[in-house]
Ligand binder design. Structure first.
Ligand code: NAD
Length: 414
């Protein structure tokens, strides 16, 4: 029987997914002895060729259950498994079985490994699942992290970690008690261009840091979306997209803010902003005198950038925080002239990079780079920003304990 267009598209997508997922597995199964080596082809003046690091054989990869099959899970994380070297999708948890079965077929996940939210505790009896990726609305992160930890699984939880400091602490405690890892999915901290900028800062290439200015805004549509409901989202633009500015100022500087000043605004009568703020403007003051001024909005046209200004040079990313097409520029005086140069760094899939870091930490029993404490600190800062906006004065922040684990391993020369 001839296939209809949608059927054919589905079939091609299905075959594509299988091919993408099985190719690395086949490559790894070939093993070191079958590796084909090529003699050098380029002159010594060219960039040296960098052979790609090996992919783990399929049976050695960390099996992941994906909880919540919305945009980030279906459009970004699941496709990223094709580029992952250390993880594989083995189970799905969703409230919509028909949708979940379609996705299970695309990724060769057995129907028996498709669970409803009610049955998430059954993960305890699925030894093929070692890690759980939580991609639910923010207000559900705490419950599902705690349930996954109780089921004996390591957790990779989307940002923002949760809706409150209390929930973050509950998640950290549940994973600690279960002896399982908890990583918050701060993909920028695993992305090669951001990593190169961190190195530039640590190597003092910009001189002492002075200012960070950043905007992360997008114009929201549907007033019924969970992102505009307080119970599910925790807040408006700040926890969803403003969070990226907070986290970048912290990981680029390596400092923690001691004081914040915040302001929020919602256009009166706009049905989208009955429960959460439309925009938030905030300043973070750091111990060295480094200052971050940031703005985030759910009502302004998409805009994602930062400029990090040191004594001797500035670095700018525009766009920053995006999934693809990041651009980094650095400007300093050379031979008496201001010289701005674009920094070329090969793009890598950020979702695969964070997933592989998580999987390697599970395989090697190492500490993750962005643990629960990193998410908790951002939540403390957001609560202080809201408090400052409510009270109309600056709010002080006590220094946190250690928030970040060791630097991620740099695979593939990034
Ligand atoms: P989404 O709305 O596309 O998906 C949410 C999923 O949760 C859907 O499958 C929905 O059916 C399910 N769900 C279960 N219970 C629900 C309920 N009561 N109300 C609404 N949906 C419910 O959202 P998304 O964009 O995939 O975001 C999911 C999480 O991922 C959020 O925490 C978000 O902040 C985070 N996220 C992270 C990034 C990133 O770059 N790291 C990007 C986007 C989203």
């Amino acid at each position: 029987m001839p296939q209809s267009q949608p059927q054919r598209r589905h079939f091609l997508r299905y075959m594509g997914s299988i091919a993408a997922l099985s190719a690395p597995a086949m490559q790894a199964a070939a093993g070191e002895k079958d590796k084909v080596a090529f003699p050098p082809i380029y002159s010594k003046t060219e960039k040296p060729e960098q052979p790609e690091p090996p992919f783990d054989p399929w049976d050695k990869r960390v099996g992941m259950a994906i909880v919540g099959l919305g945009r980030i899970a279906v459009e970004e994380m699941l496709p990223a498994f094709a580029q992952s070297r250390h993880a594989k999708p083995v189970a799905l948890v969703s409230g919509d079985r028909a949708k979940a079965l379609k996705i299970a077929h695309q990724y060769n996940i057995p129907e028996s490994a498709v669970l409803d939210y009610r049955d998430v505790d059954k993960l305890a009896h699925m030894p093929e699942v070692q890690g759980v990726y939580i991609a639910l609305p923010n207000g559900m992160h705490a419950e599902y992290t705690v349930r996954a930890a109780r089921a004996g699984k390591h957790v990779l939880c989307e940002k923002p970690m949760a809706n409150s400091v209390a929930e973050c602490e509950q998640m950290i405690e549940a994973c600690r008690k279960a002896g399982r890892k908890l990583m918050i999915a701060y993909r920028s901290q695993y992305e090669p261009m951001d990593r190169a900028l961190v190195k530039m800062v640590r190597d003092r290439k910009l001189g002492a840091l002075k200012e960070f200015s950043s905007v992360n805004s997008q114009n929201m549509g549907d007033p019924q979306h969970w992102r505009l409901k307080r119970a599910l989202a925790g807040g408006g633009a700040l926890p969803d997209v403003g969070l990226y500015c907070i986290n970048a100022a912290r990981f680029l500087s390596g400092e923690e803010p001691t004081e914040v000043i915040g302001n929020t605004w919602s256009t009166p009568g706009d049905p989208r902003f009955r429960e959460v703020e439309e925009s938030c403007q905030f300043i973070m003051r750091f111990p060295s005198g480094f200052m971050a001024s940031c703005s985030t909005s759910y009502g302004a046209h998409k805009s994602q950038f930062f400029r990090l200004n040191g004594e001797q040079a500035w670095a700018e990313m525009d766009p920053a925080y995006a999934y693809h097409g990041l651009k980094l520029k650095v400007s300093r005086v050379a031979d008496g002239k201001e010289e701005a140069s674009d920094i070329q760094i090969e793009e890598k899939n950020q979702f695969a990079a964070e997933l592989d870091h998580f999987a390697q930490c599970v395989q090697q029993d190492k500490d993750v780079h962005t643990p629960g404490e990193e998410g908790l600190q951002d939540q403390r800062i957001m609560e202080a920003i809201y408090e400052s906006a409510r009270k109309g004065h600056p709010v002080k922040l006590a220094p946190p304990g250690r928030t970040r684990g060791p630097e991620p391993q740099q695979e593939g020369g990034s």
